[in-house]
Design a protein around this ligand. Structure first.
Ligand code: C2E
Ligand code: MG
Ligand code: MG
Ligand code: MG
Length: 285
């Protein structure tokens, strides 16, 4: 009986594994086609400075519109693009798109920063610096407008190599953000060694403000620490006025989240400006 049960259990797991493997394989194949056929689009989520009442930047977030599956979220395909190496090609395309967008904003006299997420593989890629350098020169974007988002875990593995790569990126004139800050395991002494400019407080700490007093303590501590280290701080996942008030009272003035807007396509920007104006936010300097 135990044997039979064991066999069934094995069978059950292997079926589940098969389904997962099939989905992976499906996405991997479709990714190749999707890249070739241009099924991707970069969306932009505004970052608002609540002291200036202005949009100060946008985070570039990739969207995949599959002809049969509809929108496939990045959390589903980025890890597969990463594992297969396809992220290098896709990531270069995202850098190009986002820099072109930044250059278009600058040509309209909008002084906005564009934050671009890098994946681990992309960050380690020996060609990243020259790829980005080429894109910056070709699009004419001011490098200081470009903020590259990395996560703590991408820095912790090979510390010396990561520091070198960061210095080379910073030599282009771009800024470095630590995304999802507080969810990784970086120590303070490590953090000081990396030439980073911005900490992004992870949404998980923001989302239960003001109900969860632990999260409020942690958020306040991260902001205070960022200030001590002379880093700028951005809070992500802001959905309510109470959260914004708490963040402001604790000296975090740049915020991003559904309270203002979800990520939108460039075509939706006029509508976004109208919406932000209704919240008493103006769009530029
Ligand atoms: P992330 O970089 O931490 O991006 C923030 C995520 O939170 C985005 O999800 C955004 O849509 C979502 N978000 C923003 N404000 C709110 C809010 O108020 N409430 C809630 N519930 N969510 C909010 P998205 O676009 O699905 O991206 C998920 C993750 O996928 C990103 O997390 C990032 O790690 C990765 N990703 C997205 N685009 C790219 C990309 O172009 N390249 C790379 N390498 N990774 C990307
Ligand atoms: Mg990000
Ligand atoms: Mg984040
Ligand atoms: Mg996050």
């Amino acid at each position: 009986e135990a044997k039979a049960k064991g066999r069934n259990t094995y069978h059950f797991y292997s079926q589940e594994l098969n389904a997962a493997a099939n989905e992976r394989l499906f996405i991997e194949n479709e990714l190749r086609t999707g890249i070739r056929e241009g099924q991707f689009q970069v969306y932009y989520q505004p970052q608002v400075d609540c002291r200036k009442n202005q949009v100060v930047g946008y985070e570039a977030l990739i969207r995949w519109f599959h002809p049969n599956e509809g929108m496939i979220p990045p959390t589903k395909f980025i890890p597969i693009a990463e594992a297969t190496g396809l992220i290098v090609e896709l990531g270069a395309w995202i850098l190009q798109e986002a820099c072109e967008f930044a250059a278009r904003l600058a040509s309209q006299d909008l002084k906005n920063n564009i934050s671009i997420n890098l994946s681990a593989r992309q960050f380690k890629d020996a060609n990243l610096v020259s790829t980005l350098d080429k894109i910056i020169k070709q699009t004419g974007v001011e490098p200081k407008r470009i903020h590259l988002e990395l996560t703590e875990s991408m820095l912790m593995g090979h510390v010396e190599a990561a520091i070198l790569q960061l210095h080379q990126l910073k030599a282009l004139g771009v800024s470095i953000s630590i995304d999802d800050f507080g969810t990784g395991y970086s120590s303070l002494s490590y953090l000081k060694r990396f030439p980073v400019d911005i900490l992004k407080v992870d949404r998980s700490f923001v989302k239960d403000i003001p109900e969860d007093s632990n999260d409020m303590e942690i958020t306040a501590a991260i902001i205070a620490m960022a200030q001590k280290l002379k880093l700028n701080v951005v809070a992500e996942g802001v959905e309510t006025k109470e959260q914004i008030e708490f963040l402001q009272n604790n000296n975090c003035f740049v915020v991003q989240g559904y309270y203002f807007s979800p990520p939108v396509s460039e075509a939706e920007l006029p509508k976004l400006y109208e919406h932000l104006q209704s919240l008493d936010l103006i769009k530029n300097d």
